[in-house]
Design a binder for this molecule. Structure first.
Ligand code: GCV
Length: 721
């Protein structure tokens, strides 16, 4: 058959068609979001060719589960990205080798920068171009194999984001020590506030390991996340039973080679529930002995068990206060049980006992600040970013900067309990940036939350960042494709809390969605704008907790049905004919005094309070003149409208990017954006129609007529539509 013959052309056509079909099928299957940011599809040709000339072989000496993972990751990653297999070698015998070594390996013997490698710490790494065995090679070096694993993922990220690698001189180490996902997973497979399917831990199947668990660990390791609290803080005592601990041990074994430790949330009453004791009083000898024995049992099965995360005396959970003991008594008793095994106790500051005329925003500070300096050396106090509860926007929690002798760890919520579940596109890095950059003024200007958290302000020994996970069994892990970016952002910020939202968005887009330049820029803009705009259509100008009772999806500012006042929106917005907002200044609850000067004055005075927090700190007359010159009522209405406009414009922008994104993910995102628009309209209408009862003012020009009546919005929650 000659090249020009008809037969040859037919064969070539059939061959091309088969190749096309195989690729098309893969593309469709492969773009269901399962691969997260670890997609290793072929890079564009100019960069691919440059990288090919720079990476010619792979040298990862040694035998261990972690080294196997590094070898597999680099070899699969490079093959995918470069479109050609990179041969594995035992020795350096040519230029262009990518060499992964730990400090004590034979190959590292010739390295002159061992001290620097050591300085990168147990989880950090260095990457340099180096002459080894007479050849120029790229070396990823670290003190431990886990450091090397982090280095390997870092290196692959450089390629995925098309960064130059010719002159690498990288020194990376995590700024925070405990980088943890808190899973609010129940033992029946459901997830409290989870919107992406069921729990990833299938308790009836465990200790058998489902392969997806390795993919979960791998995704976390790629970001440097090193801890997972497996069960809900509203804990079931059964998690500490021998039967469940065996299953927990299997998960710990699975996660260990990825550098991830497991933690558990114990129920404080477990000595009664499981141990048959009469009391769980933390000062009772039999209780102390029970926890000690339980800790020994856990560490017998899981030698590197991380420790306990405890929700006590909060929202109905048992705790030391049940026995007239303090939070410090409870935390320190558990801390003593795990201390011989180097475990930690993470005690949650989410406590808010209702008292007459009290302000929930000030409750945790009042209850816990007096115990500063009273917690054991292996206790951390885990504090939510804001003083209420993961609202779309809150000022930072006043306990940050108020506990100089206590180790604190911020708690963020990745899952979107108050941010439209997995239906609304919100990039949380911007919100977390605002929080981390907040200046507490605890030691004068520059005392940011980041500096409290990273230990540089108070020389805290153990540091960390916790995030309530948004993962589940949905094929794409997080329900909405874009919300993978929040898992990614959490991990990146836990590693380096100084990264900008823009950098995180750019990385994630290039690794996950598209490298088309115009679309990438447009998507990054959408992501960066999203948080402010969701605040606009949900809770502008410092409003908070306007959510439908119970499930917290959609607006219900009229809500009074919850049994506690401080679970009802009317408690928070306080709208009446004189105005709207919660007076937390000197004429009100004065919890503004929990902040350091000059913040307490800045927030406490109406004319200096940042408008984004206005109604958080003040009850403001409807005709109050805002900085724009408009009245408060008009300004509020226009914020709601702006949020709706943004979602509409975002839908259009997304439509215009069809060619740059695969159909499967494009359509899935488009469907959720349609829901987001419906919800934004409902938020605008329901809130404005309800507040209008008090303001008695017309909607200003530019705000659309409501789509439905207030009665219609009250009749049905958005979840039931
Ligand atoms: C796990 C909020 C949520 C609860 C959650 C609680 C907490 O109140 O609505 O579901 O419980 O916070 O953080 O403990």
């Amino acid at each position: 058959m000659t090249r020009g013959s008809t037969h040859w052309r037919i064969h070539r056509f059939i061959f091309s068609a088969i190749v096309f079909l195989i690729f098309a099928a893969n593309a469709v299957n492969g773009e269901d979001g399962y691969r997260l940011w670890l997609r290793y599809d072929q890079l564009p040709s100019p960069e691919r060719n440059v990288y090919r000339s720079q990476i010619k072989s792979l040298v990862v000496p040694g035998q261990s589960p972690t080294l196997d993972i590094i070898r597999r990751e680099l070899s699969d990653g490079l093959q995918g990205l470069l479109g050609t297999a990179v041969p594995m070698s035992d020795s350096i015998d040519s230029d262009g080798a990518l060499v992964v070594v730990t400090i004590n390996s034979t190959l590292a013997a010739g390295l002159k920068w061992k001290n620097q490698i050591k300085a990168s710490g147990a989880e950090g790494f260095q990457i340099r171009i180096e002459k080894l065995n007479r050849h120029f090679v790229t070396v990823i070096a670290s003190e431990t194999e886990i450091g090397s694993l982090h280095g390997a993922f870092y290196f692959l990220r450089l390629l995925q984001t098309l960064k130059p690698i010719a002159r690498l001189n990288v020194n990376e180490q995590p700024r925070l020590q405990l980088r943890m996902l808190d899973h609010w997973d129940n033992l029946d497979g459901t997830i409290e506030r989870g919107y992406a399917g069921q729990s990833l831990w299938n308790w009836s199947e465990l200790p058998a390991i489902n392969p997806r668990l390795r993919d979960y660990a791998r995704a976390n390791a790629s970001l440097g996340i090193n801890g997972a609290v497996l069960n809900n803080v509203n804990a079931d005592a059964k998690i500490l039973s021998a039967e469940y601990l065996r299953k927990v041990a299997a998960l710990a074994d699975c996660f260990r080679p990825y550098g991830i430790r497991v933690y558990l949330s114990p129920r404080f009453s477990a000595p009664i529930d499981l141990g048959g004791l009469q009391t769980a009083d933390p000062l009772a000898t039999e209780v102390i002995a029970w926890w000690k024995q339980k800790a020994d049992e856990i560490y017998g099965l899981i030698p590197d068990f991380g420790g306990f995360l405890v929700k006590a005396n909060s929202e109905g959970q048992p705790g030391p206060r049940t026995y007239n003991r303090t939070h410090a008594d409870g935390a320190n008793m558990l801390a003593a049980a795990v201390a011989p095994h180097h475990g930690v106790v993470i005690w949650r500051a989410f406590v808010y006992d209702m008292k007459p005329d009290y302000d929930r925003a000030g409750a945790a500070y009042e209850e816990l600040q007096p115990f500063d300096g009273k917690f054991a050396a292996n206790v951390l106090l885990q504090i939510k970013n804001g003083p209420i509860d993961f609202q779309p926007r809150e000022p930072f929690h006043p306990l940050f900067g108020a506990m100089p002798k206590t180790q604190v760890i911020p708690e963020l919520q990745i899952t979107q309990e108050y941010l439209g579940f997995s239906n609304h596109l919100v990039f949380l890095a911007s919100m977390w940036r605002e929080f981390l950059d907040s200046d507490t003024y605890a030691r004068g200007a520059g005392s940011t939350v980041t500096r409290v958290a990273d230990g540089s302000l108070y020389h805290q020994k153990i540091t960390g960042l916790a995030g309530v996970a948004n993962t589940g069994t949905d094929r794409n892990w997080t329900g909405h494709h874009f919300l993978q970016a929040n898992w990614y952002a959490f991990g990146r910020l836990a590693w380096n809390p100084n990264l900008s939202a823009q950098q995180i968005a750019d990385e994630w887009i290039a690794m996950t969605l598209t490298r088309d330049r115009n679309s990438s820029q447009a998507i990054a803009r959408i992501m960066i704008e999203s948080h402010e705009e969701v605040v606009d259509y949900m809770t502008p100008l410092g409003l908070h907790h306007l959510f439908w009772g119970g499930h917290h999806y959609g607006p219900a500012p009229w809500w009074t049905r919850e049994k506690r006042d401080d679970w009802n929106p009317v408690y928070f917005h306080r709208a009446d004919k004189t105005g709207i907002g919660f007076d937390r200044g000197p004429s009100g609850s004065n919890t503004v005094a929990q902040y350091h000067a000059p913040l307490r004055e800045l927030f406490g005075k109406l004319d200096s309070c940042p408008e984004k927090f206005l109604l958080w700190f003040h009850h403001v007359p409807w005709d109050y003149r805002m900085r724009s010159g408009r009245t408060l009522w008009d300004e509020m209405a226009l914020h709601y409208q702006r949020g709706v406009h943004w979602v509409r414009a975002t839908r259009k922008r997304w439509e215009s990017m069809k060619a740059a994104i695969d159909d499967e993910r494009h359509e899935a995102v488009a469907r959720r954006l349609a829901i987001q628009e419906r919800d934004a309209i409902a938020w605008r209408d329901a809130c404005l129609l309800y507040f209008q009862i008090f303001s008695k003012r017309p909607l200003p020009a530019g705000v659309e007529k409501p789509a439905k009546t207030l009665e219609e919005y009250k009749a049905k929650s958005l979840l039931d539509n």
